[in-house]
Design a protein around this ligand. Structure first.
Ligand code: PLP
Length: 460
């Protein structure tokens, strides 16, 4: 069925959205039964507006995406200008100036010898690309049985069937099984609830144990985020990444740093690996590369990883039509120039303690169990009992997050993320231009809502 829309009459977005638009990760039945679809129509700086004219503080940068902030017509304009010159050409065996310039720029900013840039259309494609590079790298270097990937529990690496191999969230995997074999999972760096048998000092050993268990000759790569998003901004303990690097070297396993969220200033540095001072073999990125003014991602590989692909007639038989799209590349170049010219990362480094301090100040509310994160990427974990760290059961978490918190925070003009892929958390990742004024605004909404949530849930 087609629905006619008039360009002159006001469009009923609610009706059309409910009838035709399939929202991602959404319980669509709720909209079918009458719930309102939140329709965001405009953005400026740290704020967005819905179709009714209500203003929201976007404390999630849409989805960890709009690092430079909303409403940057100049950055979008770079794409439009590019379209006048060359709207599209492919990077399948051709090149064009913007893809070349952007690849060189990204390589100059990436740590160490990460000099080869393979463009994609988003994070999942970047992860998919990295996993395939890792497998083929080992085949080309005489280790055809190195096919497995080690990721961490409750980690999110994307939804394509290959990336799901690495994603460690049971609920996101089960509906689609079986998929590509080879995904193994180890303890993550949830320092608030350490995995049995591990302490802060030996968490990285989980990776070594798993490689030994699987057989080192079968393991292709380890894939992890600098700060793990799902579960609520798990930061690595001191020395963790350095030890993971050593383990990867010891067993000839590639180290993939999945920085779809943690790059482009999110942690106050170009790449998360720079914040924690380690050298990956591959970085996967997307989102903030263009501040999401155009869909684009990248897989960045080291000279060592590239080497076998340069031999004889070898080739990486993989690609996406839109990888390196000229308009997206032009937008990325303008976005990176703005990061540099406007001191955006300095703002993050200067104000990170203010964001952290504001969230820490909420610890007097009984439901606030933990505050953690780095840069402009933080989470609060919600608990039933602070002394015992008792968490909420499934039904209670539903009541808390979906029955109250998500709706109430949004109603009061705050966009953040109430999430229960691990234990219940609320996450904050504001645009990198945010500062104390926005943090005060977050607190003004958050404090009364968390106090009420505490009372409702009987937290103590
Ligand atoms: C660490 C990580 N990897 C991969 C992805 C998948 O990215 P995309 O949604 O662009 O496919 C995400 C998305 O949030 C992510 O956070």
């Amino acid at each position: 069925m087609s629905t006619e829309t008039s360009t002159t009459a006001a469009i009923d977005y609610q009706e059309l959205a409910k009838r035709h638009l399939w929202l991602h990760f959404s319980r669509m039945g709720a909209y079918d039964r009458g719930a309102e679809v939140p329709v965001i129509v405009k953005g400026d700086g740290c704020y967005v507006w819905d179709e009714h004219g209500n203003r929201y503080l976007d404390a999630l940068s849409a989805l960890f995406c709009v690092n430079i902030g909303h409403g940057r017509a100049d950055i979008a304009q770079a794409g439009a200008d590019q379209a006048k010159e060359l709207g599209f050409f492919t990077t399948w065996s051709y090149a064009h100036p913007r893809a070349i310039e952007l690849a060189a720029k990204v390589a100059s900013l990436a740590p160490g010898d990460l000099n080869r840039v393979f463009f994609t259309s988003g994070g999942g494609e970047s992860v998919e690309t990295a996993l395939k590079v890792a497998r083929q790298y080992h085949k080309l270097t005489g280790n055809p049985n190195k096919t497995k990937f080690i990721a961490r529990e409750v980690a999110y690496h994307g939804t394509t069937l290959g990336a799901l191999t690495a994603t460690g969230v049971t609920g996101l995997r089960q509906p689609f099984e079986p998929f590509t074999p080879g995904g193994c999972h180890v303890a993550n760096t949830n320092l608030y609830r350490l995995a049995p048998g591990y302490g802060v000092e030996n968490l990285a050993e989980a990776v070594a144990h798993r490689i030994e268990f699987e057989g080192p000759e079968t393991v292709a790569a380890v894939i992890m985020e600098p700060v793990q998003n799902a579960g609520g901004c798990f930061v690595p303990p001191d020395g963790y990444w350095q030890r993971v690097r050593e383990i990867c070297d010891q067993y000839d396993v590639l180290l993939i740093s999945d920085e779809v969220i943690c790059s482009w200033g999110r942690l106050g540095t170009w790449f998360g690996a720079q914040r924690f001072d380690y050298q990956p073999d591959i970085i996967t990125t997307a989102k903030g590369l263009t501040s999401s003014y155009a869909p684009m991602g990248a897989m960045i590989a080291s000279d060592r990883v590239m080497e076998p692909f340069l031999q004889d007639s070898n080739s990486f038989v993989h690609g996406f039509t839109f990888g390196g799209h000229p308009m997206a590349a032009a937008v990325a170049l303008a976005n990176i120039a703005a990061f540099e010219d406007e001191g955006i990362f300095e703002n993050v480094r200067e104000n990170e303690p203010h964001l952290r301090g504001m969230l820490e100040s909420l610890r007097d509310i009984p439901i606030v169990g933990d505050v953690r994160g780095a840069g402009y990427f933080h989470a609060i974990e919600l608990v039933k009992d602070r002394d015992t760290k008792e968490s909420f059961g499934h039904e209670e978490a539903e009541t808390l997050l979906r029955g109250y918190l998500s709706g109430e925070l949004f109603r009061r003009g705050l966009i953040c993320r109430a999430d229960d892929r691990g234990d219940p958390v609320i996450q904050f990742a504001p645009p990198l231009i945010a500062g104390p004024e926005q943090f005060e605004e977050i607190e003004a909404v958050l404090r009364p809502v968390l106090e009420e949530a505490s009372r409702r849930m009987g937290s103590h």
